[in-house]
Design a protein. Structure first.
Lengths: 110, 241
């Protein structure tokens, strides 16, 4: 009985998991769909991309870094195109300037 | 989930069956009621007839029932409780206000009808994931909900001044997350336990914890989602009859 309840609760929690959030990563057409900012659907951001502005890497949530685009935005870090597959078709792992860092970082972009 | 439903339904059936199978629990709550109303109160004992004596176990059971009736809720009662509810995702959480109506079914069992209201924040937490599915990740204290539920409450033997009880039931409710413009219809199974302390013959203080598991169907493309919530409430219970 106890194990059945634990298994059911675990399954219920697990089936609600998502890699993205209103803060960073959700699809969007307008900022109202995000906590802060929507990068509208385009070749650079296929499907739209919720993100937050940043001045440095420490301003970004885990698994993201501060890319020097759009004045500084948080994008998902990656090591290869496979790491960007969860964002959908058109997303690739591309070297981009770190905002305020003077170095290149690998982030998911269109 | 069907397995949980089966477990809960089985427990409910077992509780009801146990109640019906035990004649002692079906006795009227009034301890002054005669055991056999047809028998004349002043009928003399038949000379020479064997004197029936209650077995010790039965006497002990009668004593326990008598004790159990001392702080009973009564045939009917009402209760008002306040507390906190924890939700998440698309389960509302926040401040909880609940009203209970109690109706005695058997010596230790009451029907417990509950109308519960949950008031949490309305902040937006729904978004479209990368598969373009709308999902919500509300916190513990988000959303507004109203639910009515029907339960069976069983009182257990007193532990000093405290009278523990357990409750199982099923509820139907509405949940709303205003900033997301999301609303849904929910069906949940409830399992609860608590303590009751008699203050006066007609008033008791009650505290209980309630776990709710179920599903809801929500608007704006969210569809069917699980409901997992808990609540801790306390309040006063008033005997009506």
């Amino acid at each position: 009985m106890r194990s059945a309840v634990v298994a059911i609760v675990g399954a219920l929690l697990a089936c609600q998991h998502s890699d993205v959030s209103r803060e960073v990563g959700a699809r969007c057409n307008a900022s109202a769909e995000c906590d802060e900012r929507c990068l509208a659907p385009s070749n650079d951001y296929p499907g739209g991309f919720c993100t937050v502005a940043c001045g440095s890497r420490s301003d970004c949530p885990s698994d993201t870094t501060c890319a020097d685009r759009e004045g500084g935005i948080c994008l998902f870090e990656c090591t290869g195109d496979d790491a960007c597959a969860f964002l959908g078709v058109g997303w690739r792992c591309i070297a981009t300037d770190l905002h305020g860092g003077g170095i290149k970082v690998m982030v998911c972009r269109g | 989930m069907p397995r949980l439903t089966a477990i809960a339904a089985g427990a409910a059936v077992a509780l009801v069956c146990a109640t019906q199978a035990d004649p002692a629990r079906a006795q009227p709550a009034n301890p002054d009621a005669p055991a056999n109303p047809d028998a004349p109160a002043d009928a003399p004992a038949t000379p020479g007839a064997p004197v029936a004596s209650a077995p010790p176990a039965a006497a002990a059971a009668a004593g326990e029932n008598s004790t159990a009736s001392d702080d009973e809720i009564g045939d009917q009662g009402i209760s008002a409780q306040v507390g906190l509810a924890g939700g998440g995702r698309v389960t509302p959480g926040g401040a909880r206000i609940a009203g209970h109506y109690l109706y005695q079914l058997a010596e230790r069992d009451w029907f417990d009808g509950v109308a519960g209201f949950t008031f949490g924040s309305g902040s937006a937490a729904c978004f479209r994931d990368r598969m373009d599915q709308r999902v919500c990740s509300h916190g513990l204290a988000d959303g507004v909900g109203v639910e009515v539920s029907a339960s069976i409450r069983r009182l257990f033997a007193p532990q000093g001044a405290f009278r523990p009880f357990a409750r199982i039931g099923i509820g139907i409710g509405l949940a709303q997350f205003s900033d997301d413009d999301v609303a849904g219809l929910t069906v949940t199974l409830h399992g609860a336990g608590g303590l009751r302390v008699k203050v006066t013959p007609a008033i008791a203080v009650v505290a209980e914890g309630d776990l709710a598991l179920g599903f809801g169907t929500f608007s704006r493309g969210i569809g069917l989602e699980p409901q997992i919530g808990f609540a801790v409430t306390a309040g006063a219970e008033f005997r009506l009859r």
